[in-house]
Design a protein around this ligand. Structure first.
Ligand SMILES: [Mg+2]
Length: 246
């Protein structure tokens, strides 16, 4: 029973690992223009913690495109233009900004035994890859769940769990998973799946708003020391993974 407990960290991308800024915003603006003839901004909706399918549908509804909002072909056309726009901007040298502390934390985590790294993000899977490349993040995320899997973020936790169980060819208890994210929806998504959650106030959501949702840990940003604390606790907790954090 002394087998070390595996810990899986599932990272959100926007506001947690990086800030995509114009790379994403300009690409969406051009995509809406290409498909609907209007340069809509995704800033007209609150994107924090939302999936790309949710964001696009809300932007369409916000501007009166009720029929288009529920037309799969329209949404797919917008995504195709969006991804092409991001690829083009990346090739032209546009970059995403890596958030302080992320590179060191990911580098350190990659060297830890019994730690697995993954993604749980509202981004389309292809969009996630482009943004990470734009921030020069080359971490080996083993598996993940994406906005392209489901428009409702709360559905993504069980998907990620199943993919990690398949990857490692063993059962993994939900309490061995940590979501790392910057929005209220990351916290709610973790709760929906029975995961733990490390919330970081490095995105658009203020620290006090995150605190109201009572994440297991709340930090201003990522650092090696916070992950050291988590792993030290997990090794002490050993098999009592169903217990509380503190
Ligand atoms: Mg985020």
């Amino acid at each position: 029973m002394d087998t070390p407990t595996r810990v899986v960290f599932l990272f959100d991308i926007d506001g947690t690992i990086l800030l995509a800024g114009p790379l994403a915003e300009e690409s969406y603006r051009d995509a809406f223009f290409a498909v609907l003839g209007k340069p809509y901004s995704i800033r007209t909706v609150d994107c924090a913690g939302r999936t790309d399918p949710w964001i696009v549908r809300e932007v369409l509804l916000r501007h009166g495109h009720v029929r288009e909002a529920d037309t799969a072909e329209i949404r797919e056309a917008i995504f195709a233009h969006f991804l092409a726009g991001m690829r083009k901007r990346l090739q032209q040298g546009m970059r995403a900004r890596l958030i302080d502390g992320v590179a060191e934390s990911l580098g350190w985590l990659e060297r830890q035994p019994m730690v697995s790294l993954g993604l749980l993000t509202g981004n389309l899977e292809s969009g996630a890859r482009i943004k990470l490349e734009a921030a020069r993040v080359y971490t080996d995320f083993l598996a993940g769940a994406y906005g392209s899997d489901h428009h409702d973020r709360n559905m993504l936790g069980p998907l990620a769990l199943a993919r990690f169980e398949q990857f490692h060819a063993c059962q993994i208890h939900p309490r061995q998973f940590w979501i790392v994210g910057d929005s209220v929806h990351d916290i709610l998504c973790a709760r929906a799946a029975g995961f733990r959650v490390l919330a970081v106030a490095s995105g658009n959501t203020p620290r006090d708003v995150l605190a109201q949702e009572a994440p297991d840990i709340l930090e201003d940003g990522l650092s090696i020391s916070v992950f050291e604390r988590i792993l030290a606790h997990c090794s002490v907790a050993g098999t009592s993974i169903a217990g509380g954090w503190e």
